[in-house]
Ligand binder design. Structure first.
Ligand code: ZN
Ligand code: FE
Ligand code: FE
Length: 170
């Protein structure tokens, strides 16, 4: 039976894995809508570029998640992510509160890095689950996305520390 098609997984960790895939699919779908607004609001050109570059990556994160569902023989169904809804609500609040101030870009980066860290936590956990269950396609795709989330976070740190924080403090 070595080469037989893997039978569909049926255990509690797999349930949790699929549940969290659905959660992050909802989150990524909503980020695709939020990032253009954040790019539009940003003053600094590098920050606008960081947001629009990450929008392209985020659209691809959705595609990868759909590929992961397909690799598991499952339909790509999203489940509301309460955390991402809250993070994006806070992002909008910060954006309104600091509109027209020198700290607007710093506020946008604050919100965006909270989002990135939520994603990094989720994808890191998902990859650990996938490794544990030998879902090799999922491991491969989750690693690609995890690396892009980490890179996006680092890019925001660089923009904050090299430019935006100093401007906000002036
Ligand atoms: Zn993402
Ligand atoms: Fe969530
Ligand atoms: Fe992201």
């Amino acid at each position: 039976m070595q080469n037989a098609k893997p039978k569909p997984m049926d255990n509690d960790l797999h349930d949790l894995f699929v549940d969290q895939l659905r959660d992050i699919l909802w989150a990524e779908n909503h980020l695709v809508k939020a990032l253009p607004k954040m790019a539009q609001a940003a003053h600094s050109a590098p920050l606008r570029k960081a947001f629009s570059d990450h929008l392209v990556e985020t659209e691809n994160h959705v595609v990868r998640l759909k590929d992961i569902f397909a690799s598991l023989g499952l339909s790509a169904r999203a489940k509301k992510c309460e955390a991402m809804e809250g993070l994006l609500k806070e992002a909008e609040e910060l954006q309104e509160e600091y509109a027209g101030t020198a700290a607007l870009d710093a506020a946008l980066i604050t919100a965006a890095q909270k989002v990135e860290h939520y994603e990094i936590a989720t994808y890191g956990t998902l990859r650990a689950f996938a490794r544990c269950m030998d879902h090799s396609k999922a491991v491969e795709l989750l690693t690609l996305t995890l690396d892009e989330e980490a890179h996006a976070d680092e890019a925001l740190t660089k923009i904050a520390e090299s430019k935006v924080n100093v401007a906000a403090a002036a």
